[in-house]
Design a protein around this ligand. Structure first.
Ligand code: NAD
Length: 481
């Protein structure tokens, strides 16, 4: 495995330029690797390899592709500890969180192996239009050569959510990892070689968004783009897709609400609220970063949240006491600090946090931070911060809670905490969000969908919807004999 090469056409290939990316450990700010940074020529090479490979790969059966997917899952499993360590060091997340990521990726490859097998049974199923005297057979065919672009917060998971269904569908791939966290995805090249994935089916090119991401989305040899990242870049990805009338899936930002009703189990509420905003140092598209609390319980709940947040242990990913790591990059650290400063400038009231974490000379550590009574027109209430910053407001009744929760441009996720099952059902039906958790942490399963309403994106990953995103539907119609 080589950090100074790209994985193209089944080999580790020297890049077209000698440009490099420094990869940083965010807990120490030390450079931990130099990774080759590509450009349009490398993208060209990778797209050509994927196009050549598509001719045979598209003709493999679902069962054959399932074999490769299961082999990938087993290869990841065999190296789970090493992959989690690479991910932790590069991302800053505590090791136990990185282990969850690797487990999630394994489950995703296994799940799509099952769906790939089912695809064989779903081919050529006839629709008989007896009255009209016709029969039409349905074929589900791969979308083609796909460009997959991922961010840095859950790199191995986001990659699995795209690579697994794309392979299951029979697509060939050019993957662009985030320039911030490329190390763990590069391991997928080695795993592809190890399981004997045919050359060109999976290609990996590292580099910046402008140098590699943009040429990939603009490439005429790409049939579909699946992008996970910010709304700012999502817009440009959609613009390039528009020029080519190309299929595009977008998994974008969020500003998700957590609604806590007065009958809530407060111990559970504290755990689920903190998990929803401080897991992965709050760098989650689905972070429940807007907390709505019913007035009567607000004083007690806020007191508990304050002491529980202040008890969170920050530290290096490999320290077993660590509950929250640093922000993943200097840029993200600055973004989050700027939002906190803006909150102060707006005169918002801090319940806790708001500073660089004490005791760290180096590393992008920020205290778990909670602002209360945040006005709905504050940037902190409306915009995605993508860090450990929770904004709180109170509400009086269910109708107001729903109104406040839905009053946002995003619609990715939501949490509801209540002892009343009927209310939980009623409120979840009223919320504009792609995934809603009731009295729970944010558990994610390959079987359930992922994606958002409104500006949180277009399309769904995971489940059968994740596979459909990489399939074209064809009907073959003829008169009945
Ligand atoms: P980003 O948009 O800056 O970058 C994402 C990827 O796009 C990176 O690989 C980057 O190199 C690439 N890119 C940048 N410019 C590009 C261009 N012009 N053309 C093509 N590709 C380009 O996002 P980020 O900072 O890496 O990630 C954080 C964002 O991702 C947050 O907004 C978060 O909500 C979102 N996110 C969404 C989900 C989801 O499932 N909805 C999951 C994780 C992260």
């Amino acid at each position: 495995m080589s950090y100074d090469k790209f994985f193209i056409d089944g080999h580790w290939v020297a890049p077209s330029t000698d440009a490099c990316l420094a990869v940083i450990n965010p807990a120490t700010e030390e450079v931990i690797a130099e990774v080759a940074a590509g450009g349009p020529q490398d993208v060209d090479l990778a797209v050509s390899a994927a196009r050549r490979a598509f001719a045979d790969w598209r003709r493999t059966s679902g069962a054959e592709r399932a074999g490769y997917l299961r082999a990938i899952a087993r290869a990841i499993e065999a190296r789970a500890g090493e992959l989690a360590a690479i991910s932790s060091r590069n991302n800053g997340k505590p090791l136990f969180e990185a282990e969850i990521d690797i487990g999630d990726a394994i489950a995703t490859y296994d799940y799509y192996a099952g769906l790939a097998e089912q695809l064989d049974e779903r081919q050529n199923v006839p629709v008989v239009l007896a009255a009209e005297g016709f029969e039409s057979r349905t074929r589900l065919e791969p979308a083609g050569v796909v460009g997959l672009i991922v961010p840095w917060n859950f790199p191995f998971v986001t990659t699995a959510w795209k690579v697994a269904p794309a392979l299951a569908a029979g697509c060939t791939i050019v993957l662009k990892p985030s320039e911030v966290t490329p190390l763990v995805e590069l391991q997928m090249g080695e795993i592809a070689q190890q399981v004997g994935l045919p050359a060109g089916v999976l290609n990996i090119v590292n580099g910046s968004g402008p140098d590699v991401g943009a040429p990939l989305t603009n490439h005429p040899g790409i049939d579909k783009v699946s992008f996970t990242g910010s709304n700012r870049v999502g817009e440009t990805v959609m613009q390039s897709a528009a020029k080519q009338i190309q299929s595009v899936s977008l998994e974008l930002g969020g500003k998700s609400p957590m609604l806590v009703f007065e009958d809530a189990d407060l111990d559970g509420a504290v755990e689920w609220i903190l998990g929803g905003i401080f897991y992965n140092a709050g760098q989650m598209c689905s972070a429940t970063s807007r907390l709505l609390v019913q007035e009567r319980i607000a004083p007690q709940l806020l007191e508990r949240l304050k002491s529980a947040s202040e008890a969170i242990t920050l530290g290096d990913s490999f320290d077993t006491n660590t509950q929250m790591g640093p922000l993943t990059s200097a840029a993200q650290y600055q973004t989050v600090q700027a939002y906190i400063e803006r909150g102060r400038a707006e005169g918002l009231q801090l319940l806790t946090g708001g500073n660089r974490a004490a005791g760290f000379d180096r590393g992008y550590f920020i205290e778990p931070t909670i602002f209360v009574d945040v006005p709905t027109d504050s940037a902190l209430w409306r915009e995605e911060i993508f860090g450990p910053v929770l904004c709180v407001r109170t509400f009086t009744d269910e109708a107001e809670a729903i109104r406040l929760a839905n009053d946002n441009d995003f619609g990715l996720a939501a949490g509801i905490i209540t002892a009343d099952g009927q209310r939980a059902q009623r409120v979840s039906e009223a919320l504009d969000a792609g995934h809603i958790w009731i009295n729970s942490l944010q558990v994610v399963f390959p079987e359930t969908s992922w994606g958002g309403f409104k500006r949180s994106g277009i399309g769904r990953e995971l489940g059968p919807w994740g596979l459909s995103a990489y399939l074209e539907v064809k009907h073959i119609t003829r008169p009945l004999d």
